[in-house]
Design a protein around this ligand. Structure first.
Ligand code: SF4
Length: 601
């Protein structure tokens, strides 16, 4: 059959058997699940009974692109990785913004399914419809940047694109990432799954063209769309996502002191803001492939406290929140350093800042010795933060405990009430007490504490008319209006993760109508807003079903104690009354009262 927007080929890799096979994709699966997170969830659900332990060879990883992973489509260079998380033991996913996704598809594959475990370190090499399993012993132990640079040198090709793990993934650190020098797949510890399979990297080099249904119309449409997103992305391009730091601080959304406080010193917040990053360190905005927004920051430090000379990617909002204000670190250069260490060693900056915040909190309360292994555990101590990052990545001393993630670390150290997590995943830099929509969304997103349902957008004044989502000027809207808005936003973001498109395109003005046009020009298929919601709802249910089969029920849909308690130093934020909303949320999602999926169509 003729494919538009897809290659129609799936690479099936069995590392235990050292075997590769190319399978034909099933068009009915794409119709129901589209790609990206939808495709990955479908494959994991189909194989769930075979997965005995997320860290042994029975686990399966799915690297999936989507129909809009196509050269020239703005914000479309992304790949999803779906699996069972070794950190949470439930559905785990990450989405990496990188040119690798386009190369993987041009190399001939919509998705890669990886099973088994190699006897020794290996990497996958994909090129023009072919794939090979190659020895990666010499790269084992190297950080992510060194690994990719070495692969380029050894393959004598500076244009190859790769995803890799660092020492943290190799050591099965449960907050480790899969990344390259431009994109970072954090959350759920998926680097540890690659590590447990002895899979150091995947390299792609592609020259094939993915056919689209209406190329001329697509070309014309993209001219206007790129203009619109360029204009809509001006703020993000100027200050990066960290441009949100000051505003979110005003609202009580920024994490401070392990989420205990809702307010910090304005001057300290200004020091670590996106404005300060731009004024003091910005070399240039940096864009993922075909992105007209360019929210990433290429920063430069010269003769600094932590670098003699440094040029590289700077921290995003989440990183400033978790490795900055959450730890009371007000030194932006120290945050740049911590960010770079995590990126190279292969650690999730959100989870790392969260687990260090827990440790500082525990030390302040006398649960852990303040002077530990030569470190002073105290708020604002950036040197300690840097040393802890290394200890976590290499599982040394206290780092070995923190490497298990905040839930298990807090249980082990006897302070579970200080762990700010949901279903085992560390809380990111968005607070349910600042936006009630975040409270409901955090507990109902399927990978655990997760801001990427983007449920706060309508409460920041962005409406989505095609889906009947209104803009609100009150962050504490209650009842059905809130619940329906959260479900619709979660569904829309599931579509973004299935296409796959970066969510900042939404903030820059990409509409549902634009998405439907893009899908038509690329795949030739007609979609409607209702059809997109039907697909998204199905994907959400498959992910929830995976979780149900792994033991998740209504009892697990709850906020951590810290977020279910008012901020300690402000009274104008409000704890979300979650219990009140869940029965209606379950009803609208088609779950039983216990939070179990009734059926999937
Ligand atoms: S908006 Fe930022 S994260 Fe998204 S594609 Fe562009 S540069 Fe990458």
């Amino acid at each position: 059959m003729e494919w538009f927007g897809y290659t129609g080929k799936i690479l099936n890799v069995d590392l235990s058997e050292n075997k590769l096979e190319v399978l034909d994709a099933d068009p009915k699966v794409y119709e129901k699940y589209m790609g990206g997170t939808g495709y990955a969830a479908h494959i994991i659900h189909e194989n769930l009974k075979k997965i005995k332990d997320p860290e042994d060879e029975s686990n399966i990883m799915v690297f999936a692109t989507g129909p809009l992973t196509i050269d020239g489509i703005p914000n479309g260079g992304r790949v999803t990785v779906g699996t069972i998380s070794p950190e949470t033991g439930i559905w785990g996913e990450t989405h990496i913004g990188t040119r690798f996704a386009i190369e993987m598809k041009k190399a001939g594959f919509d998705a890669i399914i990886v099973k088994g475990k190699a006897e020794k370190p290996v990497y996958l090499f994909l090129h023009d419809g072919n794939a090979e399993i190659r020895d990666a012993s010499k790269y084992w132990g190297r950080d992510i940047h060194e690994t990719i640079e070495s692969l380029r040198t050894d393959l004598n090709d500076s244009t190859i694109k790769a995803l890799a793990i660092g020492p943290a993934g190799e050591k099965k650190v449960k907050i480790s990432i899969i990344a390259n020098e431009e994109g970072f797949g954090g959350r759920c510890g998926l680097g540890a799954v690659m590590g447990s399979k002895n899979l150091k990297a995947i390299v792609a080099k592609g020259t094939q063209t993915v056919p689209v249904a209406h190329p001329e119309e697509l070309k014309e449409f993209l001219k206007e769309l790129i203009k619109k997103l360029t204009k809509g992305g001006t703020g993000l391009r100027r200050y990066g996502s960290a441009g949100g730091v000051k505003g979110y601080h005003v609202l009580g959304n920024l994490p401070i002191r392990n989420f205990l406080w809702g307010k910090w010193d304005d001057e300290k917040v200004a020091k670590i803001s996106g404005e300060s990053l731009t004024e003091n360190y910005l070399k240039s905005p940096f864009a993922c492939t075909f992105c007209p927004i360019a929210c990433k920051r290429l920063v430069e430090v010269k003769n600094g406290k932590y670098f003699k000379e440094f040029v590289g990617l700077g921290p995003e909002y989440e990183t400033v929140g978790l490795l900055g204000s959450n730890l009371l670190v007000d030194d932006l250069e120290a945050i740049i350093k911590a960010n770079n260490m995590c990126d190279r060693l292969g650690l999730d900056t959100i989870s790392t800042g969260n687990v260090i915040g827990f440790l500082f909190d525990a030390a302040e309360r006398g649960i852990v010795d303040k002077n530990l292994e030569g470190l002073t555990l105290e708020w604002g101590n950036a040197e300690t933060v840097h040393k802890l990052i290394e200890k976590i990545a290499y599982r040394e001393g206290i780092g070995d405990i923190l490497a298990e993630g905040v839930k298990k670390a807090a249980e082990k150290l006897g302070a579970p009430e200080l762990a700010v997590e949901i279903k085992g995943l560390e809380m990111p830099a968005h607070d349910g007490r600042a936006y009630w929509s975040h409270g409901l969304s955090h507990i109902t997103m399927n990978r655990g504490a997760d801001h990427l349902g983007w449920p706060h957008m309508p409460f920041k004044g962005i409406s989505v008319p095609e889906l009947g989502i209104k803009a609100f000027d009150n962050r504490y809207i209650d009842g059905d209006e809130l619940i329906e808005t959260v479900i619709k936003m979660q569904n829309l973001m599931i579509i973004y993760d299935s296409l796959i498109i970066c969510k900042y395109a939404f903030a820059a003005g990409l509409t549902v109508t634009d998405i439907i046009k893009l899908l038509y020009f690329v795949t030739g298929k007609e979609y409607t807003p209702e059809k997109l919601m039907e697909i998204a709802n199905r994907i959400w249910k498959v992910q929830r079903k995976i979780n149900n089969e792994l033991g998740i029920t209504a009892k697990d849909d709850k906020l951590p104690l810290r977020m279910a308690t008012p901020h300690a130093n402000r009274t104008d934020t409000q704890v979300p009354p979650i219990e009140k909303w869940l029965p209606r949320y379950y009803e609208l999602r088609g779950l039983t009262e216990d939070g179990i999926v009734k059926e999937i169509d």
